[in-house]
Ligand binder design. Sequence first.
Ligand code: PMT
Length: 402
Amino acid sequence: MTRGKSVLIGVTGGIAAYKAAALTRLFKKNNWNVLVAMTQNAMEFVTPLTFETLSGNPVITDTFNRTTPLYGTMEHITLADTVDAFVCAPATANIIAKIAGGIADDILSTTILALKKETPKIICPAMNVRMYENPATQDNMALLKKRGFFLLEPEAGELACGVEGKGRLPKEEVIFAQTLREISEKPLNGKRFLVTGGATMESLDPVRYITNHSSGKMGVAVAEELWKAGAEVSLISGKESVPSLMVPQQFVESVGEMKEAVLKTLKKRDTDLVIMSAAVSDYTPARYEPQKIKKEAGDMTLKLKRTPDIIESIRNEYSVPIIGFAAESENIEENARMKLKNKGLLMVVANDITQTDGGFRSDYNRCYFITKENNIELSRMTKHEIGARLAAFIADYYSKKR
Ligand code: PMT
């Protein structure tokens, strides 16, 4: 949650202008003060009233509103001075060209020109694919990047004009998360992490499998919070995990596949730290039946064998620090401490999986951060908040190592 921050959203004249309403709402929901500036063309698509209602603030549309100036007598300067971030969504080829050329001929372009150098500026291009790929637009965007603007890549898909291609405005959650990353001090800048999440699935036959209740939410939250803190993150998730909108994610099925994917990633690139939040099966069927097992009269006994321990496999080949998770139903601290020692972990994030208002599948969890020296009990909070605490713990670990 970001308290007391303020963002200026610039809305320009493209069909995706209506999506800026959902973006305004999302910032508001996260307690940001939202100011909206619209171009004349944007007002052909959506009305200022929409943004006024959603933001709770007057909308800026006119440079020469002398009778009732909304934000001081020199609105563009006051606005540019006060906001913590600027987001242009959607950004048309026209506004991108204007910013590149230093043109200031309406309230939005004038305010952009007056923004402070250090204010994060996120530009979200959305337009027809040919307009997007046009060398003029591409050159203008390259220039903006060079000047410190962040250009969020549009999504590919069906465009409003009916053609397929790159040019769709990314989801509001993606724009919001990118803004959080841009305003962050990025304490984990330059660090590379590998995160696992979700449940493994061990097949018995082509129909049945053994799994657990993990949804992958914890892994996604941890990976995204590390990314927001400036890190580069690879996420390896169980096949049925929730997706991440922000972090590259590889889906795997069994323990064996997860182990292979983890080791391959570690081999491919230097990794500073591994976070194992995946709920990995300790057993797999002793034998996979290639044909569907037929039911018979009476009970059935399943023979299971042990799966490889992924953390142990990492340990055998790499000296990378590892943070493990422990899902416990009793003696939480004692059991977690045993895992900390036996698995040679930097820290164990222990959670009580009997809790009814958190844990598996929930957006919330209650955890303990257990290290050799400490046991920090966290109150009930969202998995993203836990991820942010973990990012802070890791940043602190690196600052002490220096
Ligand atoms: O996905 P969610 O619905 O959001 O739920 C989150 C969660 C409850 C699954 C998560 O917070 C959690 O507790 N994950 C770890 C679950 C677990 O497998 O704990 P464990 O105590 O069995 O394993 C200890 C550690 O060893 C874990 O880091 C695990 O990834 C690792 N392990 C386990 C078995 C194995 N064969 N190899 C491993 O590396």
